[in-house]
Design a protein around this ligand. Structure first.
Ligand code: CU
Length: 226
């Protein structure tokens, strides 16, 4: 429908978010264009002409008020449509937590991302955890819970291909989820100005098949125990 031509959709809810943005774009775009046409049309139609005196219109009469009242009500209807669509997506993405296949810890700091992968036992905070900096590995088609932490200030964890963005707040552990639907290597961005090195904290997400992921895990574990 448009957005996916500019940036891939690689999570289970990416299309829902794009559809929402498209809906908001269409509704606000329609009103924007209509209003600009009316606005400039009236400016041209009622431009100054020799011998014609300007009228003073208070806008208090019923047939004049309708020009404001009716569009106002139609815009409110559009608002309700947007709210209903947005709440449905919000509940799905932010309020529902599907059971996790894997859990990953994401730690933000000035100015890097650290990731703690569960390792072969599938559990966090055990000896076989795999820690990386600025590179997260995930399996395609698996529901991940992420646990976001900050070591210092506010950051924002953003994975554009997932259409996922979540603030990272010091002192809190924020849980969310995603499910990758496509293989590939994509950007992770910090999207909250977090200090002078903010622009220097990009990271990558590597989305792999289960086989590739297991091979990566085995290689990491081998390196660590060498
Ligand atoms: Cu940051």
């Amino acid at each position: 429908m448009g957005i996916e031509h500019y940036i891939e959709q690689a999570s289970s809810y990416a299309a829902d978010i794009d559809n929402l943005i498209f809906l908001v774009g269409v509704l606000t775009g329609f009103w924007f264009l209509l209003i600009e046409f009316v606005f400039f049309g009236l400016i041209v139609a009622y431009r100054r002409r020799p011998g014609v005196k300007a009228q003073y219109i208070t806008g208090e009469e019923k047939h004049q008020k309708r020009w404001v009242g009716i569009p106002h009500e139609l815009v409110l209807v559009c608002d309700v449509v947007i709210i209903i669509a947005a709440v449905r997506v919000w509940v799905d993405v932010k309020q529902t937590l599907p059971p996790a296949g894997e859990t990953v810890r994401v730690i933000a700091q000035q100015w890097a991302w650290s990731f703690v992968h569960a390792g072969p036992d599938g559990k966090l905070d055990t000896a076989d955890d795999i820690k990386t900096v600025d590179e997260m590995h995930v399996k395609v088609g698996t529901v991940y819970h992420f646990k976001l932490e900050s070591r210092d200030v506010l950051h924002s964890f953003s994975m554009p291909v997932f259409r996922l963005k979540q603030d990272v707040i010091p002192g809190r552990e924020i849980t969310g989820w995603f499910k990758a639907t496509k293989l590939g290597i994509h950007d992770i961005q910090c999207t909250e100005i977090c200090g002078i090195g903010h622009a220097l904290m990009p990271a990558r997400i590597v989305i792999q098949t289960k086989g590739e992921y297991d091979a990566w895990t085995a290689a990491q574990t081998a390196t660590a125990s060498r």
